[in-house]
Design a protein around this ligand. Structure first.
Ligand SMILES: *Cc1c(COP(=O)(O)O)cnc(C)c1O
Length: 399
């Protein structure tokens, strides 16, 4: 079968809830993926930052295989001998006291929202049913009903009503609006420290710190959705660390699974996590031994290969070099670490650039029509990065 056949099959038998770039990936290793015809591409999406450690990192694959040969799934009805080790490692990596394992990023977000609502009643003293959570516009928190209720993207929301009550949306980077939205019933503020899907929107310096202080002053939980920005992607272990604006709850996912399987979690200190008692939340697959073994290896790779520092250094080269590109329609390149985007002029169709990049051997995906995100695996070497930059510059020069 050819790429054309695979695409036709997806179209015929799959729901049309995505509009993928017309390319089929059949093999992958490190920073490269290959189509069925044998053409190789740089992967500059990394499955939306789920592949920070690179495709099929040998340590992660070995952990997967070793664990698959021993024990894969127990459910939480019993203990298993991997989950505790995994959660301990995650707590040490993130600097929090406790973790609650789930599977997907959207589930981590739901878990954080549920934690905040319960905390609001049981610790803050809000009447059950009156809890309010403040979110910010242009967010992306996943596809559950809770997450799409917070979204203001029409495609995400259309005809999915009724929406979940108790959410108040304020403009991003508007601390005054956020302060004005806080009431005695506010239990949490949730935001992405850098908005990924919105087009890698980096807030002004000091914003996260201001949100942190506002939350502390009003006895409101600060929830950071680090599903995309976490695990060294932006040059720090977590993006809030750029401003030392430590949240009360972090939502984690994507790269926690090492590009191998879905693993997500929230982390928080005991003062918040204690609101969960037996039977009040759960997941059949959350904390399973296979996922735990994979996630431990995924965390080890981030630490041992110093991928935070490496992402920081490679990101500087990327922004400096791309900033010099001869491209009439480029407005600017922005980002932190290896989470970057090129912003094109209003109305410019970046899809054609993504197709040209594909033809030139590099995969990236546009967001919001005129923005392309560039997020290679963090294991990319400087030589590979410079080669990829050459490809991007050559293509940009045509636009
Ligand atoms: C991808 C993403 C999610 C959702 O993760 P899934 O694993 O797709 O459910 C949530 N929040 C952010 C910031 C994301 O980038």
């Amino acid at each position: 079968m050819t790429s054309k056949d695979y695409i036709a099959m997806d179209e015929k038998f799959g729901a049309h809830n995505y509009h993928p770039l017309p390319v089929v990936i059949a093999r992958a290793e490190g920073v490269h993926v290959e189509d069925p015809e044998g053409k190789s591409y740089f992967d500059f999406l990394s499955a939306y930052s789920a592949v920070n450690q690179g495709h099929r990192h040998p340590r992660i694959i070995n952990a997967l295989i070793d664990q698959a040969n021993v024990c894969t799934l127990t459910s939480r009805a019993f203990h298993n001998d991997r989950m505790g080790l995994f959660l301990k490692k995650l707590c040490e990596f993130s600097g929090y006291e406790q973790a609650l394992p789930m599977n997907t990023g959207a589930e981590a977000v739901e878990t954080a929202l549920k934690a905040a609502r319960r905390w609001g009643v049981e610790i803050k003293g809000v009447k059950n049913g009156d809890q309010e959570i403040i979110c910010v516009q242009e967010n992306f928190h996943g596809r559950t009903l809770g997450a799409i209720t917070m979204s203001n993207d029409p495609d995400s929301r259309i005809n999915y009503g009724p929406y979940v009550p108790g959410f108040i949306s304020v403009p991003y980077e508007d601390i005054k609006a956020m302060a004005a939205a806080i009431t005695p019933n506010t239990v949490a503020v949730i935001l992405e420290p850098i908005q990924g899907e919105a087009g890698v929107c980096v807030p002004y310096a000091g914003y996260l710190k201001e949100v942190r202080e506002l939350c502390t002053k009003n006895n409101v939980l600060f929830i950071c959705d680090e599903v995309q920005t976490g695990f060294c992607r932006t040059g720090k272990r977590f993006a809030w660390m750029h401003e030392n604006a430590r949240p009360d709850i972090m939502c984690l996912g994507k790269a926690l699974g090492g590009g191998v399987m879905p693993v997500s979690a929230i982390v928080a200190d005991h003062a918040v996590m204690k609101v969960f008692t037996p039977g009040t939340h759960g997941s059949t697959f959350g904390g399973n031994p296979l996922a735990s073994a994979v996630a431990m290896a995924a965390l080890d790779v981030l630490v041992d290969e110093k991928l935070d520092e490496h992402a920081e250094a490679m990101g500087r080269i990327f922004r400096e070099e791309i900033g010099k590109a001869a491209c009439k329609n480029m407005v600017k390149v922005r980002g932190k670490g290896l989470l970057n985007a090129i912003l094109f002029t209003e109305g410019f169709d970046a899809w054609q650039v993504c197709l040209a990049l594909r033809d030139a051997g590099l995969l990236a995906k546009q967001t919001h029509g005129n923005i392309i995100r560039f997020a290679p695996p963090l294991v990319i070497s400087e030589a590979e990065l410079r080669q990829a930059i050459g490809i991007i510059k050559d293509v940009l020069a045509r636009y």
